[in-house]
Design a protein around this ligand. Sequence first.
Ligand SMILES: C[S@@+](CC[C@H](N)C(=O)[O-])C[C@H]1O[C@@H](n2cnc3c(N)ncnc32)[C@H](O)[C@@H]1O
Length: 204
Amino acid sequence: MKRFKSRPNSWQDHWTRKARKEKYPARSVYKLEEIQRKYKVIRQGAAVLDLGCAPGSWLLLASRLTGSRGKIVGIDLQAVTIDLPPNATALKGDIFAPRGQVAAALEKSFDTILSDMAPATTGNKVVDAARSLELCRQALAIACRRLRPGGNFVCKVLQGSDFKEFTNEVGKLFKRRHNFKPRSSRKASREIFVIGLDRLRSGN
Ligand SMILES: C[S@@+](CC[C@H](N)C(=O)[O-])C[C@H]1O[C@@H](n2cnc3c(N)ncnc32)[C@H](O)[C@@H]1O
C-alpha cells in the first residue's frame, strides 16, 4: 500500500480506474461532477452546450443531470465514438470555423455552456496558456451570444499571464464568478475552472 501511494502515477490511476469502473470514457468526468456538486451548474430539463466534448464523459454526465427532458449538444474537433443517450448529440467541427450542423447548433440558445476545450500542448507553458485562452475567449464569445439570462458557464483555463483579465471578462457577464480547482484535477497542472453563475440580462 505504501509503495502504491508513493508511485508517481497513483493519483492518475485512481481516477482512471474509477472512470473505467463507472463506464466513462475519461476521468475528466469527475471534474464536472465536483463542479456540479458545488455550484449546481446543470439543471433538470436544461439545454446544454458542451464545447470540446470528446471522448464524451461530460456528455454522459450532463445527460444524466438534465434527465430525459434535457438536451445536450457537444462539439469537438474529434469524433465521439461512444454510444450516447437519446438526449445527447455530438458534432464534429472546429469552434473557430463552424460549418453546417455545427454552425446551426451555435445559433440555438442554451441554459448552460461548458468548455473543457484544451489545445494540443507544446510543452511551452506560455504558448500553451495563450492557446488555451484563445479557446476560452471563443467559448465566452459564444456564451455572450447564446446563453440565456440566468444561465451558467463553466470554462477550463490553463492559467497564464492574461488569466486575470479573462476572469474579469467573465465577471462582467454573470451575477457571480468563481475560480475552482477540482480535487480530481492534477495539483501540478495549471488548469483551473472559471465558473460564471446566473447570466445577467444586461451583460455583454
Ligand atoms: C480534455 S478534452 C475534453 C474531454 C471531455 N470533456 C470529456 O469529458 O470527455 C479537450 C477537447 O477539446 C477539443 N478541442 C480543442 N480545440 C478545439 C476546437 N477549436 N474546437 C472544438 N474542440 C476543440 C479537443 O479535440 C479535445 O477533445
